[in-house]
Design a protein around this ligand. Structure first.
Ligand code: GAR
Length: 187
């Protein structure tokens, strides 16, 4: 089985769902959780799950080999972005070519790009009275929310839905589909 590293910048509920999905099958491929945010709740989740975590700086990611060295020392084969808000540098993309996936909480190319993440996406979806929203799982390239699409799943948005309600619907889709797609991609 391949070794997975998860990059997250915030709460980390997707990271937890992925770890638990595999553990239910007696598997434990997630070896490392990495974050750029020392205050991210994902660090607490990593502790509770008993998974090693690493906090790195932008220097570490963009100007040193620190992050790459850590990934290689842990023999990481596959990288999962789960609410990670920084671009992946070219050196990492080259080393992990075709092995980095992301999830976006909207139907790309709508509501993607720099600054479009988490609740900001759902607020925009509600403000624009969209009739549907959903998730996009895609390969990662040099641009925000841009690589080839692996899966999109949509859900209706009701006229009375608040951004929080939309977020809850989207999270439900994320927890249902992201772990199983990752499983398919690594097997
Ligand atoms: C998720 O909804 C994920 O799709 C989104 O951030 C949230 C993180 O939640 N990612 C992006 O917006 C990336 N552009 P989590 O930390 O609870 O998993």
């Amino acid at each position: 089985m391949k070794n997975i590293a998860i990059f997250a910048s915030g709460s980390g509920s997707n990271a937890q769902a992925i770890v638990e999905y595999f553990r239910k099958q007696g598997k434990d491929p997630v070896k490392l959780i990495l974050t750029n945010n020392p205050k991210a709740y994902v660090l607490e989740r990593a502790k509770q799950l008993g998974i090693e975590s690493v906090v790195f700086t932008s220097e570490d990611l963009y100007h040193r080999t620190t992050v790459l060295d850590i990934l290689q020392s842990k023999q990481i084969d596959f990288i999962v972005l789960a609410g990670f808000l920084w671009l992946i540098p070219t050196a990492l993309l080259k080393t992990y070519k075709g092995k980095i996936v992301n999830i976006h909480p909207a139907l790309l190319p709508k509501y993607g790009g720099k600054g479009m993440y988490g609740m900001k996406v759902h607020e925009a979806v509600v403000a624009n009275r969209e009739k549907e929203t959903g998730i996009t799982i895609h390969w990662v390239d040099e641009e925000y929310d841009h690589g080839d699409i692996i899966l999109q799943v949509s859900r209706p948005v009701d006229p009375t839905d608040t951004p929080e309600k939309v977020a809850a619907k989207v999270h439900e889709l994320e927890y249902l589909h992201y772990p199983r797609i990752i499983e398919q991609l690594i097997s």
